[in-house]
Design a protein around this ligand. Structure first.
Ligand code: AKG
Length: 255
């Protein structure tokens, strides 16, 4: 199968580790405009750290229209086609929600977080084939170097979560129970999602992840929109070549 954006190696990494990075998914200038709008929204100023009173301000809103909608480029749709199957998802035109993480509250060195680990999806009942979340993108809206509070990702945990969900069928699981069951298992390898403004980390929807402390010097901006599928995942395709990489990761985890 030919891919539009990713190499075969990157697709294999996505299946194995549960994430792949789409560099320069959208222009850095769009990220700068988004940050300017978020500063306004928070009522804070980038040049006045005296106003930064808490480690995280969470803007719990999806925002549309330019500049937010401009993050959804053809390169992003091509990457989604590669990971989810061409046209099998609902296109978005908004960005949100935005956890903004401020420096100055946690000293280096950066460490994997001790709490807050979760699988996404408070808004639906989880089945191994759910269409409610097909992909978890972390949209990088500011340059995030090592220690700057990049989202912590537990590589390979999507396969563990897939097995836990499959064992819970046909009833499925509430998110709290799913996270509790995943939490009983040790971490495999934790990495920090570092990147440049305009990159997107694209995660398998079952990946265990957590907010990490911003031990750097700059304010960290991301958002994590939910990508919904048009139809439930099909984990029993007659033609295995038709599995999307998201589905293949689940099928391999269950085999
Ligand atoms: O702030 C972060 O890095 C992660 C945010 C997150 O995991 C969430 O809101 O679900």
């Amino acid at each position: 199968m030919g891919y539009k954006v990713f190499s075969k190696g990157e697709i294999e990494q996505f299946i194995e580790d549960g994430y792949v990075v789409l560099r320069e998914a959208f222009p850095g200038s769009v990220a700068a405009e988004v940050r300017a709008r978020l500063w306004e929204k928070m009522g804070l100023r980038p040049d006045d750290p005296s106003g930064w009173k808490e480690p995280v301000v969470h803007i719990r809103e999806a925002l549309g229209g330019p500049p937010f909608s401009l993050a959804w480029t053809q390169r992003v749709w091509d990457a989604f086609d590669d990971l989810l199957g061409a046209g099998r998802y609902l296109k978005k035109d908004t960005l949100g929600w935005f956890p903004v993480a401020f420096p100055g509250f946690d000293a280096p060195p950066w460490k994997p977080p001790e709490k807050g680990w979760h699988v996404d999806g408070i808004q639906f009942h989880h089945h191994v084939y759910s269409r409610d979340q097909g992909l978890l993108p972390i949209v990088i809206l500011s340059d995030i170097g090592p220690g700057d509070g990049g989202t912590a990702i537990d590589l390979g945990s999507h396969k563990l979560a897939a097995r836990i969900m499959a064992e819970s069928e046909p009833e499925g699981l509430e998110i709290k129970e799913l996270c509790a069951r995943v939490a009983k298992h040790p971490f495999k390898r934790v990495v920090e999602a570092n990147g440049r403004a305009g990159d997107m980390f694209l995660h398998h929807p079952f990946i265990r992840h957590a907010r990490s402390a911003n031990t750097g010097k700059s304010v960290r901006f991301i958002c994590n929109p939910c990508i919904v599928l048009k139809e439930q995942m099909n984990l029993k395709r007659a033609n295995p070549a038709e599995y999307s990489p998201v589905e293949r990761a689940i099928v391999e985890a269950l085999s």
